[in-house]
Design a protein around this ligand. Structure first.
Ligand code: ADP
Ligand code: GLC
Length: 493
């Protein structure tokens, strides 16, 4: 099967969050399952600045964007050991910028940038001299692709028979732009209606993808249910429910090569379930040194790694740290970047409890690995969470997750209750209410459990031995692709 994956970020080229982890690993997983997989990503400044094997090709073409033509230069990455083929779409005006999507504010021309990218990816597909079976799109940045395939590229042999799959990683980001950006798409105004591309007077690129794709997926079964009702659907619950027959949830996997405590260049001493205590101690020493402490703190280390935005429940965390840091029960370590107001709130708590709350503002891949290796407990107190990868990385590095019961966190973490502890299925601690007190109680439960070394060690070893690799999820995507190829293409209302 020939699969074209199109994503706005992918490891190792560029990353702001979990989408990059998925878009980097899934094409490889599909290739391992015997698919011929091609990934297309933008050639951001970040990607070109890394010393990756990226080389020019002779493919250069113009992409019509409104009344202008924007040139696309196609580059090709040849990463060692990669099975999937990777192309990057270069255009300095669009992608030679300091960040992927903007800073505190999004770039004003993000519609143009990703309309260009979506159309260029399909133009590229038509120049590769083969026929694709499935075109797999991720998030609003590629939402136009299913519409383009159907309305503009339907006659091109390379994609004429291809089915499109739209994967939603987060309903909170829909690619909403003013209606005049419709002109940039080159599509007829007749599609700017409430059943297709329009949403409350604006152009909605994610809705476009959901409406025009042959199948829609999201990144966990629970989130697939949550988004078909308010507030999970963020206004698109009706559209999603109307596509309920083709909407499924497939839990993400993790790249077990990049995230492997037994072979991780970001941690000082590799470890496995058998010698986790030694590995964690070495990571604690290295982390303490990195943070300027003379020695590691003997108290349990409670960590948070993530985007500092409302979704991640950071305000609960600020409140709980404010109350718990004074009790001396735990040491907190926060790594993240995001909303300046959220960053300031955290900075105030860190300043109030030096030696108990460490805060690093910034995006640091290596430090994320070191923190997971050093941590005893990893917090994921999200308000909503489509899948979440940090809890899966926490498992692999022997940190026990404390998570809110929402979305993919429900599907991946089994709460420690007397029953699940007795039958050996517990993998973490969950709380239901989106309140600081609920988080605090769950964290207290985890810290109580940590105080009993033998059962805790058994829990740590067990979570480390779970298999969250892409094998199972990759197979699920493949089954979905086979199913939609066997069925007639979906018809848009
Ligand atoms: P989301 O995609 O919503 O941000 P996920 O849990 O799916 O959440 O994925 C987050 C990914 O981003 C993980 O790989 C995590 O380690 C990484 N990450 C988030 N913030 C940072 C940061 N400040 N530094 C390094 N890695 C980060
Ligand atoms: C999104 C979600 C996160 C998910 C990631 C990868 O950013 O917020 O829950 O794990 O995408 O699918």
């Amino acid at each position: 099967m020939r699969i074209l994956e199109i994503a706005s970020e992918a490891v190792p080229f560029a990353k702001t969050g979990g989408l990059a982890d998925v878009a980097g690993a899934l094409p490889e997983a599909l290739a391992r399952l015997g698919c011929e997989t091609t990934l297309v990503v933008p050639a951001y400044r970040e990607a070109l600045a890394k010393s990756l094997a990226i080389e020019p090709t002779d493919m250069v073409f113009d992409v019509p964007i409104g009344t202008r033509l924007l040139p696309a230069r196609i580059l090709r990455a040849r990463l060692p050991d990669a099975r999937a083929e990777v192309y990057l779409v270069a255009n300095d005006h669009c992608f030679d910028r300091p960040t992927l999507y903007g800073g505190a504010r999004d770039y004003a021309d993000n519609a143009e940038r990703f309309i260009f990218f979506s159309r260029a990816a399909l133009e590229l597909a038509c120049r590769l001299g083969r026929r694709f079976d499935v075109i797999h799109c991720h998030d609003w940045q590629t939402g136009l692709v299913p519409a383009y395939r159907r309305l503009m590229f339907g006659d091109h042999a390379a994609v004429a028979a291809a089915r499109t799959v739209m994967t939603v990683h987060n309903m909170a980001y829909q690619g909403l732009f003013w209606h005049w950006d419709m002109l940039l798409t080159g599509l007829d105004w007749k599609h700017f209606n409430w059943q297709e591309m329009e949403f409350h007077g604006q152009l909605n690129l994610l809705k476009t993808g959901i409406v025009f794709a042959d199948a829609v997926t999201t990144v966990s079964p629970t989130y697939a249910r949550e988004i078909q009702t308010a507030p999970g659907g963020c206004g698109l619950e009706g559209v999603l429910a109307s596509r309920g027959d083709v909407l499924t949830g497939i839990v993400n996997g993790i790249d077990t090569t990049l995230w492997d405590p037994a072979a991780d260049r970001h941690i000082p001493r590799p470890y496995s379930a058998a010698d986790v205590d030694l590995g964690k101690y070495a990571a604690r020493v290295a982390l303490a040194a990195r943070l300027g402490h003379p020695a590691p703190d003997a108290r349990p280390l409670v960590a948070f790694v993530g985007r500092l935005v409302a979704q991640k429940g950071v305000d609960l965390l600020v409140e709980v740290m404010g109350r718990m840091a004074g009790t001396g029960r735990a040491h907190f370590m926060i790594l993240g970047t995001g909303d300046p107001a959220v960053e300031e709130g955290l900075a105030r708590v860190a300043a109030a409890f030096p030696g108990t709350v460490d805060l690093v503002i910034g995006f640091d891949e290596g430090l994320a690995h070191l923190v997971q290796a050093a941590a005893d407990i990893t917090l994921v107190p999200s308000v909503f969470e489509p899948c979440g990868l940090t809890q899966l990385y926490a498992f692999r590095y022997g940190a026990i997750p404390v998570v809110r019961s929402t979305g993919g966190l429900i599907d991946t973490v089994v709460d420690a209750t007397p029953e699940t502890i007795a039958d050996g299925t517990a993998t973490g601690f969950r709380f239901d209410a989106c309140t600081a007190i609920a988080l605090e109680r769950a964290l207290e439960r985890a810290l109580d459990a940590h105080a009993d070394p033998e059962p805790w060690r058994a829990l740590v070893r067990r979570v480390m031995r779970q298999d969250w690799s892409w094998d199972a999820s990759g197979r699920e995507y493949l089954r979905l692709f086979q199913r939609i190829l066997a069925a007639p293409p979906a018809v848009v209302a």
